[in-house]
Design a protein around this ligand. Structure first.
Ligand code: TXA
Ligand code: MG
Length: 361
């Protein structure tokens, strides 16, 4: 790590945890405008927001997350027209995507305007912009009256928060306000990121808006080589979304993925669980709901129907946190390869496992 991207210490603050009533949203918006930090739900994961035009607020976001400051932030707005002052160019591709998918879980990387400080973009000349569909997110951004820079509301390295208790666990005492949405989980995985600064759009991070949908709308779309790689990124070929190079989502226990025929995978995982238990290690398994009964481990966490990647997506990050809460020391998961949202699920699972994947033959 170079000197520039060493994270600064945060100053402890008193955190208000509030239900998203109109009054509370107004209070939170006021805090954002005044340079404060507010965590809020979106349709993907909870975000940790600050005024995107205030470099000081962005620095406080990095400090609160314990995040290296060369990892750029996504700037959230409440209306399409609020994108324009943030970017030097809003190309046809961006217009098409905005018409087709926004508001929604899609982030576009565009050349930044001078209005956006380098503290927000991690020193890059591009800016990632997003118009979320979640009503609380939109009301909050509108109340703030400024674009809101927001990374996921987790401590750096931990799984992104999909429930308010995850946000409270990570950020209590580090942000001014945490806005909840009751007990409901949000969508589950972070937005799709597409880079529109080159001749051909490039998918940097898969999400609920799928590669197939992007290609239907834009024609040719490339995939950044690191997003679907089953081996770790190298210095020679770093990911184009700088955040994707950091250790991410990982539970404390080493996690191993198993790919292949489901019945053989179940046998291989159970054998690995049995071996770990003989060493007196606490074991956890992440699996399709229909296969949960095949496993005997200390903690078995069904993620959802294997045929329903949205369900897998919704429960994945919460399950990774449950492994930690349950004191699991060795974790094992089935792999879920496929098109569409499966790409997003596997992208996160592979990172959570630190690229530790076994092909069962
Ligand atoms: O769904 C989401 O996008 C959530 C919610 C809160 O909106 N936010 C989120 O932010 O996931 P974060 O900071 O956890 O992830 C942002 C990703 C990082 O991988 C970062 O490197 C990439 O976006 N990114 C941001 N600006 C970029 C830029 N100018 N060029 C390339 N990648 C960029
Ligand atoms: Mg994140």
């Amino acid at each position: 790590m170079t000197k520039e991207n060493v994270t600064v210490e945060f100053t402890p603050v008193e955190t208000l945890v509030l239900q998203p009533t109109p009054e509370h949203i107004a209070v939170a918006g006021e805090r954002l405008r005044a340079g404060g930090l507010v965590a809020f739900p979106t349709e993907t994961v909870y975000g940790l927001g600050g005024n995107a035009l205030d470099g000081g607020a962005s620095k406080r976001i990095y400090a609160a997350k314990g995040r290296p400051s060369d990892n750029p932030l996504i700037v959230h707005v409440a209306r399409i027209e609020d994108f324009y002052p943030l970017v030097r160019d809003f190309p046809k591709t961006a217009q098409k995507l905005a018409e087709t998918f926004l508001p929604g879980p899609l982030t576009m990387v565009l050349p930044k305007s001078d209005a956006v400080p380098y503290a927000t973009t991690g020193g890059l000349d591009t800016v990632a912009v997003r118009l979320p569909s979640h009503p609380v997110a939109r009301a909050l951004i509108a109340a703030a009256g400024v674009p809101v820079a927001a990374p996921s509301a987790n401590l750096s390295g931990r799984p992104s928060p999909t429930r308010i208790e995850h946000v409270v666990a990570d950020l209590q005492g580090r942000v001014d306000v945490i806005l909840g949405q009751g007990d409901a989980a949000v969508g589950g995985l972070e937005s799709t990121i597409v880079d529109l600064t080159g001749d051909v759009p490039v998918l940097l991070r898969p999400g609920f808006i799928t590669l197939e949908q992007l290609r239907d709308t834009l024609g040719e779309v490339w995939v950044d080589a690191t997003t679907e790689s089953l081996t770790p990124p190298t210095e020679k070929q770093p990911p184009r979304a700088p955040g994707m190079k950091y250790r991410h989502y990982a539970p404390r226990a080493p996690l191993t993925l198993y790919a292949g025929d489901p019945a053989r995978v179940a046998n291989a995982i159970q054998a690995a669980v049995d071996a770990a238990r003989r060493e007196n290690l606490r074991t956890g398994v992440l699996c399709a709901a229909e296969r949960a009964a095949l496993y005997t481990a200390d903690v078995v966490l069904p993620l959802g129907d294997a045929a329903n990647p949205e369900q897998l997506a919704e429960s994945l990050f919460a399950a990774l946190r449950t492994l930690d809460q349950q004191g699991v020391e060795r974790a094992f998961s089935e792999a879920f390869f496929g098109d569409g949202v499966y790409r997003a699920v596997m992208n996160r699972l592979v990172k959570a496992a630190g690229y530790n994947l076994i092909n069962v033959v």
